[in-house]
Design a protein around this ligand. Structure first.
Ligand code: 13P
Length: 246
């Protein structure tokens, strides 16, 4: 993976407060010390931390993203919701959409499509998560599920240059289990085959940690990783990056 930009995207989920931001000093230093290397770090913290985090990262190459948004691109009477314009306004450059944890809460493919379009309109780059459940995998439905997620999720999205796909098999998230490299290669190539024009970048996500990164870091069709648990620990996060780029 040494000849192209490799993405390391931290999905903090519902973890972290203002104090947690101090733990990033190590990652900022690491990023500065390795500024000639071809990798990109993006932190997606809870919405409450987007503003303070982007201020803190101002003079660095590290960027900030959000984790979800409401589908409307206008202000509206939606208590507790935030739209993509608002996230952009406080410093987000990216947004994770279609994450399985939000699909479980009612984000279906159609709603995700609306969210993706509103995020693109707001000028955000989209990290679009797709992936199958264990049951779907066992029933050999993986391709069917991925096809549908891509087809509906990206309907009427004509330009893929602002889309990054994160393939996150649901059975792998938080389980400590990653796919066999050969299976992963097949899924990634299937995802790529769904794009007639240039395929978006494709990341892998699900239980990535310093102990298993060696098994998947050399799959050259993967453009990087979306990392949950291990991204909250700066040492583990840096270890994953070091092992991949060196
Ligand atoms: P874990 O790395 O904790 O398995 O989470 C993956 C994930 O959901 C990233 O979006």
């Amino acid at each position: 993976m040494t000849n192209k930009y490799v993405y390391f995207i931290a999905n903090w989920k519902m973890f972290g407060d203002l104090k947690t931001l101090n733990s990033l000093d190590k990652v900022i230093k690491f990023s500065k010390d390795n500024k000639k290397k071809k990798f990109k770090i993006i932190y997606c913290p809870p919405s409450t931390l987007i503003r303070p985090l982007s201020k803190r990262l101002k003079k660095t190459k590290i960027e900030v993203g959000a984790q979800n948004c409401h589908e409307s691109d206008k202000f509206g009477p939606f208590t507790g919701q935030i739209n993509s314009q608002m996230l952009k306004n406080v410093g987000a450059k990216y947004i994770i959409l279609g994450h399985s944890e939000n699909r479980l809460k009612g984000d279906d493919n159609k709603k995700i499509n609306l969210k993706i379009k509103s995020a693109l309109k707001a000028g955000l780059k989209v990290i679009f998560c797709i992936g199958e459940t264990l049951r779907e995998k066992r029933n050999k439905k993986t391709k069917q599920i991925l096809s549908k997620q891509i087809q509906v999720g990206l309907k009427s999205v004509n330009n893929n240059s602002k889309i990054i796909i994160a393939y996150e098999p649901i059975w792998s998230i938080g389980s400590g289990i990653i796919p066999k490299p050969n299976d992963l290669i097949k899924s990634i190539s299937f995802i790529k085959s769904k794009f007639v024009k240039k395929s978006p970048k494709i990341l892998y996500g699900g239980s990535v940690n310093p102990n298993n990164i060696d098994q998947i870091k050399n799959i050259n069709t993967i453009d990087g990783f979306l990392i949950g648990g291990a991204s909250q620990d700066p040492k583990k996060f840096i270890d994953i990056i070091k092992k991949t780029i060196n």
